[in-house]
Write a protein that binds this ligand. Structure first.
Ligand code: SIN
Length: 481
């Protein structure tokens, strides 16, 4: 079972070569116990510049290839990732702590974007528009935007990369990826597979390094980079946006969330419990679309809460490498402390710990349910990013909508009801980019993913996801008669 080591790399991947950064290395640690997974050469701003130059040189020839040729290489990359699923999943669990079954799921999920956009590459149709005078013909063509900088988080070490780079590569762009310093190994493993798939040098580059601020700044400020796509916190998204102003760079931002999960009095409670468990505890609560606030109608509050607590008691906590585990460690000690402070704040303000509430050590926090949650508690406004489920009570549809929308964020939202009229009314009233009705898991390569308000802009995945990587060109042919 040591075969994953053939996919472990310790340098940045630039222009088809493994390149060292600064003389120091940095440690990639296993979140389950703090042990060393491997050491990596520390890329920095200069390393990012090298990668930008390579991507810039590679752009023209790559964009000139036929869509079909690009698609064939992408399909090979997809197949190689799927063939190496076990190895990649193991690397992912070692560096992120994600339970191994979820890591396998992420390999499928991440690879699906490559397969999807390999197909979409061939359907990037333009338009013919009726001319505005008799002797003119109007055409619209779509062209790749240029070099793309993809800045990606630790919580999906594969899928957040492929969701950005697959549409970019399909459109004919070249890419520089800056993965999180917590989880660079999955990114480097798929860079190796990209090379095997036949991407020309410089088309796909990965720079691993710890100085996120310096590396991000170089990407944002470079006149050779045409577009930045970022997934991460709202705070960092705001910094990157400011840095992109002087070059008027296009930006896609997938930022924080504060997902409400509303259970109406007519809901199928067992289905709602299943959805809430899946939507709350996926990767121990560390995703942007994880349920942040459970809002339950007062008539079913006791019943829902009792059943939900029982379901939480059945979750198995431990090292994600163990097959039976479904709640792994949190990413680092800072995350543990943050979760602990949410609980202390809630208890101080009258919240009741119904199960959990325990910091096991610097790596693990037990799955927790807080009853009698109120809008004054910190988690009503902030993203928890951990295994804590607060339950709020409401008494009317209007109150549920008000509570759900009472946040600066607008990424994912969920509700459970069997009433068709209510389904439409609530879907339209929720100020979110994504709505799950009677469903707690909504992510897929076929559907548009993205938020409104402080959750960002742009859509990833689906037929819409490629639009962020193209420019539209209007061509007018005159004097036709
Ligand atoms: C995220 O947490 O940013 C992405 C979640 C998903 O793709 O489901």
């Amino acid at each position: 079972m040591e075969d994953h080591k053939q996919l472990l790399f310790s340098k940045s991947y630039i222009n088809g070569e493994w390149v060292s950064g600064s003389p120091e290395n940095f440690d990639v640690l296993n979140p389950a116990d703090g042990s060393l997974v491997t050491k990596i050469s520390n890329g920095d701003g200069q390393t990012v510049s090298l990668a930008i130059d390579a991507a810039h040189t590679a752009f023209k020839p790559w964009s000139k290839k036929s869509a079909k040729d690009r698609s064939v290489i992408m399909q090979r990359w997809y197949s190689l990732i799927i063939e190496n699923k076990e190895h990649i999943a193991k690397i992912m669990t070692l560096e992120s702590g994600k339970p191994i079954n979820e890591s396998r799921g992420e390999v499928d999920y991440g690879a699906s974007f490559i397969q999807w956009f390999a197909e979409e590459a061939k359907r990037l149709y333009g338009d013919i528009i009726p001319g505005y005078t008799a002797d003119r013909r109007i055409m619209v063509i779509k062209q790749p935007i240029g070099v793309v900088g993809a800045i990606t988080p630790w919580n999906f070490p594969l899928a957040m990369i492929t969701r950005k780079v697959a549409p970019a590569l399909a459109a004919g762009c070249t890419v520089v990826v800056r993965p999180s310093e917590e989880t660079p190994l999955t990114a480097l493993a798929i860079a190796h597979l990209a090379e095997k798939a036949g991407f020309p040098n410089g088309v796909f580059n990965v720079v691993a390094g710890t100085d996120a601020a310096a590396m991000g700044k170089v990407l944002c400020e470079s006149p050779l980079v045409s577009k930045i796509s970022f997934t991460g916190s709202t705070k960092v998204g705001q910094i990157l946006s400011t840095q992109c102003v002087p070059t008027l760079k296009k930006l896609s931002l997938e930022l924080g969330g504060n997902a409400p999960f509303i259970v109406f009095e007519d809901a199928d409670i067992d289905a709602a419990i299943k959805g809430a468990i899946a939507g709350k505890f996926r990767f121990s609560g560390q995703t942007c679309v994880c349920v942040n606030r459970i809002l339950v109608h007062e008539k079913i509050y006791e019943l829902f809460t009792t059943k939900f607590v029982k379901a939480v008691s059945e979750l198995r906590l431990g090292n994600g490498m163990r097959e039976e585990v479904n709640i792994g460690p949190l990413i680092n000690k800072k995350a543990i402390n943050r979760v602990e402070s949410f609980i202390q704040d809630a208890v101080k303000k009258g919240g009741k710990i119904l199960i959990g509430g325990d910091k096991i050590d610097d790596h693990f926090f037990s799955p927790t349910v807080i009853g009698d949650a109120t809008a004054t508690m910190d988690f009503a406004k902030e993203e928890i990013f951990g295994p804590v489920a607060p339950i709020f009570k409401f008494s009317s549809d209007e109150e549920a909508i008000h509570l759900a929308n009472d946040t600066i964020y607008g990424l994912a939202s969920y509700f459970y009801t069997n009433d068709l009229k209510r389904s439409w009314k609530i879907s339209e009233a929720l100020e979110y980019g994504i709505v799950g009705i009677n469903e707690g898991l909504i992510s897929s390569e076929v559907a548009p993913f993205g938020g409104v308000k402080y959750s960002g802009s742009g859509r990833e995945g689906s037929k819409y996801g490629i639009e962020d990587y193209i420019e539209i060109k209007y061509i007018c042919i005159g004097n036709i008669d």
